[in-house]
Every structure is written in C-alpha cells, then in structure tokens.
Design a protein around this ligand. Structure first.
Ligand code: ADP
Length: 248
C-alpha cells in the first residue's frame, strides 16, 4: 500500500508523522525497550537468569529457541503480564518494573499491544467492537474510537467484515482483527507470542507481510516469539534463547 495512504491515515487519527520520518536512513534512533538483568524463578526452577534486551524504535526483533528456554516468560515479563523477581525494564523512558495496580494496567492498555497465538477475540462482539475494547478501557470518545477502529480494520483489509463476529471470520481474518485491536491505542511496542502458530502457511505469510508494512510504513516496533523461520528471517534481529539466557 502506498505510503500516502498511511500518511493520510496518520493525519486522520491526529498522530504526528515523526515515526515515519524517524525510519528514514541516518535519522536518530532510540531504545524503545531496554531491559536489564531480568531474573525469574518458579519455585527452584530458574527460568530467566539475568536477561538483557534492547529494542530500537521501529525494529522487528524475533526471539527463537527450543521449547522451555524461557521465551514466553520473558515476553510476558517485558509486556508487564507477569512480574520478574529482579531486573529493570524501561519502556519509552518509563521504568515499568516500578508500576503496580491501576497505574500498571493503564500503562499497559495505553502503551503496549499484544498478539497471541490464539486471537482471544470476544465471541459475542463484532470485529469492530473487539477492536474498540482497549479504547473503551482507555475511555476514549465513542465516535472517534469507532472511526479509528474502522480505519484500522480497513487498513488491514477487513472493511467488509467489520460487523462480523469472530466465528464468521477465517483464522487469518481473526488474527488481523487481533492485530487491529493491538494497534488501537497506538502502542509504543507490540509483543507477539507465536502469532502465526495457529495459521496455515498462506495466512502466516500474510501476517508476516502485515507486520513488515506496519513497521516500514507506520514505524511500529515488534518483539515476537516465534518458531516460524520465515518470520524470524524477516526480522531486523533474531535473539536466540537457551536455558534462560540470550546466547546470541
Ligand atoms: P518457552 O516459551 O521458551 O517454551 P516458557 O517461558 O514457556 O518457555 O517456560 C520456561 C520454563 O518455565 C519451562 O520449564 C516451563 O515449564 C516453566 N514455567 C513457565 N511458566 C510457569 C509457571 N507459571 N509455573 C511453573 N513453571 C513455569
């Protein structure tokens, strides 16, 4: 899709176009996410043994490694869905390891997007309503939110499906609704845990292309846990996890 379409989209939602500009070569980059010495234990099992991660704004970074290496645990901790036993996490210059309760929930809703292997869409809600949910929680204006959700679904090729319920959508379409829901509050970063794990190869490829477009044309930042080699290959960087540590 032409860059101009995205520029128009930015203008409509009132977001500055800096994130497009900042992706051009030779412009400055900053760390969107910086985590230091993350430690996590389950009883006596040391699952994360002092993990360091830095993600630049506008990067797609994949985490790969064998089952049980600690990838999902790390993603959930960085995404504030789980709490570390030690370490520091800065997200867009905020020390998020210090946030608790309602402040943490608000921060998560406004700054972090999630895409999981299973879409977790609410079955009784339409695609449009599902995308609106994080915006309702953020108490955004009804009209503006609906317009934004419609724009996002249109951008993701679902203009004619906005009033469909999840069971009336294909697996690939359901996952695109989940991506729109992740984007609705214009997050700083999107965490994805095996996002293509439940898709056939054609739909998986579509989702990869979508992530790339969202990165290249809207400047979105992704951290993705994946077993999918193609998805890992299109990332800017691949982090290999083994036994609770990033080894390369
Ligand atoms: P990966 O995503 O790399 O497959 P996980 O992060 O899911 O690995 O799990 C890492 C290790 O932590 C595994 O040995 C797993 O059994 C253990 N683990 C994960 N979550 C829990 C939990 N809630 N309670 C106990 N052990 C857990």
């Amino acid at each position: 899709m032409a860059l101009q379409v995205f520029v128009n989209y930015f203008e409509k939602i009132g977001k500055k176009q800096e994130s497009i500009v900042s992706l051009r070569p030779n412009t400055f980059v900053k760390f969107m996410l910086s985590a230091r010495n993350i430690v996590k234990k389950y009883n006596r099992l040391e699952v994360l043994k002092g993990v360091n991660v830095q993600i630049e704004q506008g990067e797609i970074v994949s985490i790969v490694g064998s089952s049980g290496a600690g990838k999902s645990t790390l993603l959930h901790i960085l995404g504030t869905l789980d709490e570390a036993d030690g370490g520091e996490i800065m997200l867009n210059n905020q020390p998020i390891h210090q946030l608790k309760g309602k402040k943490l929930a608000n921060f998560r809703n406004n700054h972090i997007g999630f895409v999981f292997q299973f879409h977790h869409l609410l079955p009784e809600f339409t695609a449009l309503e599902n995308v609106c949910v994080p915006g309702w929680i953020a108490q955004r204006g009804k009209k503006e939110l609906q317009l934004h959700a419609t724009e996002l679904l249109t951008l993701l090729g679902l203009a004619d499906k906005i009033h469909n319920k999840p069971q009336e959508l294909s697996g690939g379409e359901q996952q695109r609704v989940a991506v729109a829901r992740a984007l609705i509050n214009q997050p700083d970063i999107i965490f994805a845990d095996e996002p293509t794990g439940n898709l056939d190869s054609a739909n998986a490829k579509d989702l990869h292309d979508l992530f790339l477009r969202l990165q290249q044309e809207l400047g979105h930042t992704f951290l993705i846990v994946t077993h999918n080699e193609e998805l890992a290959a299109l990332s800017n960087r691949v982090l290999h996890m083994k036994d609770g540590l990033i080894v390369s």
